[in-house]
Structures are given as C-alpha cells and as structure tokens.
Design a protein around this ligand. Structure first.
Ligand code: ZN
Length: 289
C-alpha cells in the first residue's frame, strides 16, 4: 500500500488537520541508512512530520529541516517538498536506546538537547530560517513548540514509529492539528479530549485502522477532506548535481582529486554512488572560472 497524507478542516473550520501514514517511507529510510531501532524511530518521526509540514506549502516550495541535538544520534537533516517527497540523513544510525523502566525506544535521550532549525525556500530571493530549542528531543513536542513560537499557531503534533523485533517498521504515521484564529474554547477542549482518546498513532494503524479513520476520530466526525497527497522517500540526486558541487571546489583541491585518478562520490540521502574519472574531473576544472 502506498503512503499518503490527508488534509482536512474540522470543527466548523476552526481546526485544520494534516495526517499521514508513512510505514513504507520510513522502512525505505531504514534500508538506506541501516538505522538501529531508536535511530529508525527518530529519523522516521522527523521524516513524517516534515512530509506533513511541507504540504502546508506549494508544489515548487521546499523545506530544509535540521535537528541538532547533543545525544548519540548527532545531527539529522531532512529535505521536504510541497509535492510530498522527502529525503533525510542521520549522523549516527547505530543508536538503540530504551527507557530503563518503560522499555520503549528512548528517542528523547537519543536526540538530546539542542535545536530545531527550519529553512523555507518559497521561491523568493532569500530563504527564511527560524530556530527553536528542543523541548524533549521526542520530535513531536519539539515541532509543536516550533509552531507555537515561530509561527504563532497553537498546534498539536503526534508521531509514532512502531519497530518490529526484526527491526523493520511495522507501522508509522502522525498528525499535525492546527487551531485556527477564532476557534472557540469548547472546540479546543473537545479536541484535547479527542487527541487523548485516539492514543498513539502507530498503535492506531497497527490495529488495522485507516488514515481516514484517524482523521474522523480526531475530528469527532466533523472532518471535511480537502486533499489527499502521496508521500514518499525520494532522492532527486543526479550526476550533474554532484558535478556542480565539485565545480565549486578550489583548483588546488581539484588538482589533488585529478591526481588521485578520479573519485567516487556518495549521496548522503540515498547512498547512490557516482564515479568521476580523471578526464571528467579535468573537464569540470576546465569549465571553472
Ligand atoms: Zn541521492
């Protein structure tokens, strides 16, 4: 089954809901980056929330998001497009930490303290970056805080990645709920109760319920569906892109690479390898200004 996201309004247009199911997307990320379970959960949550957040923007617009914590995972980077494509990288994929008491994957400890940086490329002359401090490193709360502080929008975020004993991703997804200006106290109270009763998203899906079920439950059956969009892990890298990056190197470094008899470049997002021969490097160098 394909991963997809739904956008809906609910409670008489007082609330907007973004929800997505991302089991395949997160499994793809796990295969590429060979993450251990806690790293899978952390990167999976981050990819899921980024994919939904990017749907707030147009097709040609994109977001670059970075979580820079002092935990063992290190830095994670995600690029998300308005089209529903996401790709990500993780500094240390070999993290398997569990809560001592609860036994759950301890994403907060794996990420640690630090910052969430969000850069928006809205096809204007400049890009916009804003940053907020991480609340817990659990990612959902960190994004909720980002929306409140940076975008002044009261927001609830829930993310869940359920990892099987064989380390594959069994269920993954999440939702972002934004309270629109003018929402009544009554709606906000109802919403809080509903979010509580829905419980963890990955469990919800694991019980066999659908994304439509989730949105209906969250909205107390008041949802009006606006849009459905596919989301996927997709890397758009190509050899020309890396050739461009190489052409930005200084000529001394280029000479060294040429002397080394060509190089192999690896994409950090998808692990695809690109070989540049001595001749190709020479040509790149000759085209430099
Ligand atoms: Zn790539």
């Amino acid at each position: 089954m394909k991963d997809y996201a739904l956008i809906a309004t609910a409670y008489n247009n007082e609330v907007r809901i973004y929800a997505s199911q991302t089991t395949n997307l997160v499994n793809e990320a796990r295969n590429i980056h060979q993450t251990l379970p806690t790293a899978t959960a952390a990167l999976g949550r981050f990819l899921t929330v980024s994919a939904m957040m990017a749907l707030m923007y147009k097709d040609g617009e994109s977001l670059t998001l970075q979580i820079k914590g002092d935990g063992p995972i290190g830095t994670m980077l995600v690029e998300a497009k308005g089209t529903g494509d996401v790709r990500g990288e993780i500094q240390n994929p070999n993290v398997y930490l569990r809560h001592e008491i609860e036994g759950k994957l301890d994403v907060g400890a794996a990420v640690g303290n630090g910052f969430l940086h969000v850069t928006k490329d809205l096809n204007m002359k400049q890009v916009f970056t804003s940053s907020t401090e991480l609340v817990s490193g659990e990612i959902a709360e960190d994004f909720a805080q980002y929306f409140v502080k940076s975008e002044q929008t009261p927001t609830a975020v829930s993310l869940g990645v359920l990892v099987d004993p064989d380390q594959s991703v069994r269920a993954s997804g999440g939702f972002i709920i934004q309270v629109l200006p003018g929402a009544s106290e009554e709606t906000i109270n109802k919403l809080e109760n509903t979010i509580y009763s829905v419980g963890p998203v990955s469990r919800f899906f694991d019980e066999g319920k659908s994304l439509e079920d989730l949105v209906s439950a969250l909205s107390n059956d008041t949802a009006k569906f606006l849009e459905q969009k596919d989301v996927r892990y997709h890397c758009s890298c190509n050899k020309d892109g890396f050739a461009k990056s190489l052409s930005a190197l200084d000529s001394e470094t280029m000479d060294e690479l040429i002397e080394d008899d060509g190089i192999e470049v690896v994409c950090h997002f998808c692990n695809k390898k690109y070989n540049f021969s001595k001749e190709e490097l020479k040509e790149i160098k000759s085209n430099q200004k």
